[in-house]
Design a protein around this ligand. Structure first.
Ligand SMILES: *Cc1c(COP(=O)(O)O)cnc(C)c1O
Length: 411
């Protein structure tokens, strides 16, 4: 895990010192961990032509994007703003996959102008694309294989009534459109959900994708999306990436042989690359006993880390102010005026006012989903690289709350 041998250090840097220096709440990311994850994925798929397209939305600080670029990944962007951010961070347009849902055709045209790979996920857009570009711009098509995958209903996007992708049941219609406009389809894509545990789900998706791919003659890549499950608790099971790599690579090589071309295999991991790298450090404001439980109230909440309330996500919590001593059971809650439970019924080293807690697995969908709800300021972000802490985002100030608000002056 991130917190080395319970000394509460990350690459030798003391987390308690960081909290003292930069204050709380504070996001801290382990750059080394991210690089290890990239290497692990590259190793698992070393027998095929792998391209990693990091899912920008998981954690989009430009320094993280630059780190990915340095590690040799491309990126997946889900909005035109993310495309701009990736270009700003130094990615070449051809390294960027743009996978939007429910955006206007104007936004798709802008992305084509920027030279990025377009992934189309509905038939009307495919027709607009054909009308406007014909066969001049290569594209990828996002299919929905209708596989039930992922940790829970809110993060499973491959089921039958999901808004994502073009149903595999509509493949005939897709082929008609492709033919009518002579579309240059060079990639097919599936992304079925998040927190996928076993190789079988990826293999099932692969078989469906292979079947569809046989209908397209000019393919250059197949994209299996993201969704690898990560470990949330000590001894938690996570996707066995070596096993997935071995099984999916074997099936992929076999398909390529049959197809007659050595295609590229793409993955778009978000969580897998950055989740475990991140911690959210918070300070205990109050320890409050009620007849039922003991609440620990901290100086952060769903405005900074919405995953527990939004997805029932599990985040391990450690009291890094206490090396020794007895443990007690607490429910850790945020300061937002809503039900704001970060972690229920957890054993922590006895908590006192002023203690610093580390919330784990805060790298993915932590800061990137944060808000100013309750007019609170967003925390700074720290990246630890080569044993040194770098501030990669300043703490917001009150002027950020007023920014863009217009006082019309007549009230
Ligand atoms: C969110 C998303 C991903 C990343 O999912 P993880 O569960 O973080 O791996 C990949 N591809 C697409 C299209 C996405 O929307």
């Amino acid at each position: 895990m991130n917190i080395e041998d319970q000394q509460f250090r990350m690459q030798g840097v003391s987390l308690n010192e960081l909290a003292k220096t930069y204050g709380t709440p504070l996001y801290v990311y382990d750059g080394q961990k991210i690089l290890e994850k990239v290497s692990l994925l590259q190793k698992a798929f070393s027998s095929v032509n792998l391209k990693i397209k990091y899912a920008t939305k998981a954690l989009s600080n430009i320094n993280i994007l630059k780190l990915m670029k340095k590690a040799g990944t491309g990126v997946d962007a889900v909005s035109i703003e993310e495309v701009h951010l990736c270009l700003h961070a130094g990615f070449d347009p051809h390294e960027i996959m743009y996978t939007p849902n429910s955006v206007s055709f104007d936004e798709i045209k802008s992305a084509v102008d920027l030279g990025v790979m377009i992934n189309i996920d509905n038939i009307p857009m495919l027709e607009h694309f054909g009308t406007f570009f014909g066969n001049e711009v290569p594209l990828c098509i996002r299919l929905n294989p209708h596989i039930l995958a992922g940790g829970n209903a809110k993060i499973s996007v491959g089921h039958i009534d999901s808004k994502f992708g073009i149903s595999i049941l509509q493949l005939k219609h897709v082929l008609k459109v492709v033919q009518a406009y002579d579309l240059n389809v060079i990639g097919l894509h599936v992304h079925t959900g998040s927190d996928i545990l076993d190789a079988e789900v990826f293999l099932k998706g692969a078989e469906i994708l292979f079947d569809a791919a046989r209908e397209f003659k000019e393919l250059k890549f197949l994209d299996f999306g993201g969704g690898f499950k990560v470990a949330y608790k000590p001894h938690d099971i996570s996707t066995d990436i070596m096993e997935v790599g071995e099984k999916v690579s074997a099936a992929f090589r076999k398909f390529c042989k049959e197809y007659g071309t050595e295609l590229e295999i793409w993955f778009e991991p978000g969580k897998f690359l950055v989740s475990e790298s991140g911690l959210l450090l918070v300070k205990v404001n109050v320890v409050k006993s009620t007849p039922a439980s003991t609440f620990v109230g901290v100086d952060s909440g769903l405005n900074h880390l919405i995953r527990p309330m939004m997805y029932d996500a599990y985040h391990d919590v450690v009291n890094i102010s206490k090396l020794e001593g007895p443990e007690r059971v607490y429910t850790i809650v945020g300061y937002i005026c809503e039900t704001d439970t970060i972690a229920a019924d957890r054993k922590l080293k006895e908590v006192q006012e002023g203690d610093i807690l580390a919330i784990k697995n805060a790298g993915a969908y932590g800061f990137s989903m944060s808000s100013n709800y309750n007019s609170r300021l967003r925390p700074p972000e720290i990246l630890i690289l080569n044993g040194k802490a770098h501030i990669i985002r300043e703490r917001e100030t009150f002027s950020d709350i007023l920014k863009n608000q217009v006082d019309i002056g007549i009230i």
